[in-house]
Write a protein that binds this ligand. Structure first.
Ligand SMILES: [Cu+2]
Ligand SMILES: [Zn+2]
Length: 177
């Protein structure tokens, strides 16, 4: 009888540890990351985007980009850190680990990579801060290693799967630093 209880207890412990390991994100220590933005689709868009972990589950993104048409441009994290193709399609679709729908950033209900729009001034420059929650730079399955894409048009935050934001006019791989 005692042996049976003992075996049951070990079984429960193993199940518990297995469950913890499979649900907890795999963490490394990354506090900052950066993407160098390079032009795509024949544009002249350049810049940089920095990522800073400002709380356990909150990231500040600072966008500094030039060479855009004035107005709003869809801005997303795409699933593959590959900017090699001239049209930016090598970065694949929006980063969407939870198989949710395209909308405004809110990891409970949207693609994790939905950062909304950036707005270029009359000179075509963007200096903008975006705060996103429920994402960690330390998570090995987080945004580091993925690609940032700037689109030609405004993201309407509704149309599936990409907000109808048009061509990919710039791309940058998010690297830890
Ligand atoms: Cu996009
Ligand atoms: Zn999306």
């Amino acid at each position: 009888m005692k042996t049976k209880i003992y075996i049951t207890a070990i079984f429960i412990l193993i199940t518990y540890f297995y469950y913890c390991n499979s649900t907890k994100p795999n963490l490394v220590s990354v506090k900052k990351a950066k993407a160098e933005i390079m032009p795509k689709s024949g544009t002249n868009v350049f810049g940089s985007v920095t990522f800073t972990q400002i709380a356990d589950n909150s990231i500040k993104i600072v966008v500094s980009v030039v060479g855009l048409k004035p107005g709003k441009h869809g801005f997303h994290i795409h699933e593959k850190g590959d900017c090699s193709s001239n049209d930016g399609e090598s970065a694949l679709g929006h980063w969407n680990p939870d198989k949710l729908e395209h909308s405004v950033h809110d990891k409970e209900n949207s693609h994790a990579g939905d950062l909304g729009n950036i707005t270029a001034n009359h000179e075509g420059s963007v200096f903008q801060e975006i705060i996103i929650k429920n994402v960690s730079l330390s998570d090995t399955k987080g945004p580091v290693g993925k690609a940032l894409i700037i689109h030609a048009d405004e993201d309407n935050l509704k149309t599936q799967p990409d907000g109808n934001s048009g061509k990919r006019i710039a791309c940058g791989i998010i690297r830890s630093n």
